[in-house]
Design a protein around this ligand. Sequence first.
Ligand code: AMP
Length: 286
Amino acid sequence: MKTVSTLKEIRALVDRWHRNGKTVGLVPTMGALHEGHLHLVRAARQACDRVVVSLFVNPTQFSAGEDFAKYPRDLKKDTRLVAAEKADVIFAPTAEEMYPAGFDTSVTVGPALTQTMCGLSRPNHFQGVATVVMKLLNLMRPQQAFFGQKDYQQTLVVKRIAADLNTGCDIVVLPTVREADGLAKSSRNAYLSEEERRLAPSVYQALKLADGILQVGERNPKELLDAVRKRLKTESKIEIEYVAAKNAETLEDLLILSGRVLVAVAVKLGSTRLIDNIVVDVPTGS
Ligand code: AMP
């Protein structure tokens, strides 16, 4: 398996594949890989002739005061993990390669998808994501790109740009991979202290509670959100950023919980920000 770091090299490699009629699958990541990422690589390996895994801690999607500098980076370990999944190439550019002097373009998705939930506490985050993903799609023109449900809002933003900007790329979303106790796997879990790690599964337990409440017929969003908040508040160390119940396609607020309902949570546990979500199909009119 190759690792390339320049735009010129990756373009030459992928252009050759396209010329030879191979399908290309892209798995964009920020590295510090775990089973959640590897699940995406496996899906790409099954679906496509050639698989590119990008490893790039994208500076433009971090807001001031966030963890860009301390974000975990381990190219050697990541290379070993990606090679074991039989991907064809790792693309690991520098920030200067992706954003050379004079770079001055960004992709902005409208407020319905970006000025809510994570977009409220992370200004410019989705602009950073949309821009870097669009750059990767333009560079490699993959037939399919693979993303995780854990970052649900991101998947909607990426689907929007892929469709609106005529990429022809199919955005494949795979379920969240979890630890045995339910905690969504995340590179940021490495920041958690032993005590925080013990408390962290509360986030998924609160989402499971929401699922249970929907299953027994609750259709009032306020009742649902109050119950989730109450569950999270049983751990005094958990600081709630948001608890949301939304239309899973549009992120619109719901007057009545019905159709595909997204229940999403963001919390701070110490200095670590954790997000998680579930999507529940609620029968319309029941
Ligand atoms: P990141 O490196 O955190 O930017 O994530 C890269 C990709 O892996 C994104 O599409 C994430 O949604 C996905 N991902 C991260 N954690 C998980 C997980 N626990 N399960 C499934 N996909 C994940």
